[in-house]
Design a protein around this ligand. Structure first.
Ligand code: NAD
Length: 255
């Protein structure tokens, strides 16, 4: 535990479940005050309860993080109850699997709205606080599918590719204000989302997938949380527009 975040307020979208919950617990350990924003109010309350039980500070806000009015209301409540928002983790997302030719415009629009428009609008809402403080951290959770491609996720991967573009643009636009923006593209992480995936429904599929990876195991929320904690820290201040690939070696990419 570093305590390095020193009471700064961190908004984590979609932190009512999965790796968002792990990041909430980890950033709270590092002494951030946590605002859990999730469309699932019960999940958000549970995460906030777990953070408080561990000795941290957290509030839960039920909000559709792709809806401008809901985002504004969530930000106002966060500022009122905790203070200005200096750390933002754009983590909320949905990940359907569909054949390319069977994806309706309606489903495509929904995926883009939640996975790309949402982080864009949430960032627009939170960045003024960071500019005022001359310090900020934005961490975007994308997907290793952006690096490798994914045949059954053309809609999802397109949305996450947009978030990669947003990451680099915000890094360029906001660097002069002391704000960094980086992305974590997770590989397969053991969360409710992964367990619900069509491709993981055979008994033992998750374990078998993990065994085939260079590190020999499926990822855990804590693996992502460790990278997020570094990117949120003071020590990561010279890193922006970058990617930390936390994927067990699934995709190694270019140097
Ligand atoms: P999860 O389903 O466990 O958690 C996602 C959370 O986002 C849920 O609590 C859900 O209620 C919330 N959410 C969804 N739509 C929302 C909206 N409109 N507004 C507010 N909250 C909303 O999934 P997870 O695996 O923890 O995924 C977190 C992020 O990681 C997602 O962006 C996902 O695409 C990405 N990711 C996951 C994996 C994986 O293997 N689990 C791999 C690559 C990328």
């Amino acid at each position: 535990m570093t305590r390095s975040l020193n009471g700064k307020v961190a908004v984590i979208t979609g932190a009512g479940s999965g790796m968002g919950r792990s990041m909430a617990l980890r950033l709270a350990e590092d002494n951030a005050k946590i605002a859990v924003w999730d469309i699932n109010g019960e999940g958000a309350e549970e995460t906030a309860r777990l953070v408080r039980e561990a000795g941290g500070t957290a509030i839960a806000i039920q909000a559709d993080c792709s809806d401008a009015a809901a985002i504004k209301a969530a930000a106002e409540q966060t500022r009122r109850e905790l203070g200005p928002i200096l750390i933002l983790v754009n983590n909320a997302g949905i990940a359907p699997f569909n054949n390319f030719l069977e994806i309706s415009e309606e489903l495509l629009t929904k995926v883009l709205k939640i996975n790309l428009v949402g982080p864009f609008l949430v960032s627009q809402e939170c960045v003024p606080d960071m500019i005022a403080a001359k310090w900020g951290r934005i961490i975007n959770i994308t997907s290793s599918s952006v690096q490798s491609g994914s045949a059954l996720q053309t809609h999802y991967t397109s949305s996450k590719g947009g978030l990669l573009g947003l990451t680099k643009c915000l890094a360029m636009a906001l660097g002069e204000h002391g704000i960094t923006c980086n992305m974590i593209p997770p590989g397969s992480i053991d969360t409710p989302m992964l367990r619900a995936a069509d491709v993981m429904q055979q008994p033992g599929a998750i374990e078998a997938y993990g065994k085939a990876l260079p590190v020999g195991r499926i990822g855990q929320g804590e693996d992502i949380a460790a990278a997020a904690a570094f990117l949120a820290s003071e020590e990561a201040g010279y890193m922006t527009g970058q990617t930390i690939s936390v994927n067990g070696g699934r995709y190694m990419g270019s140097a």
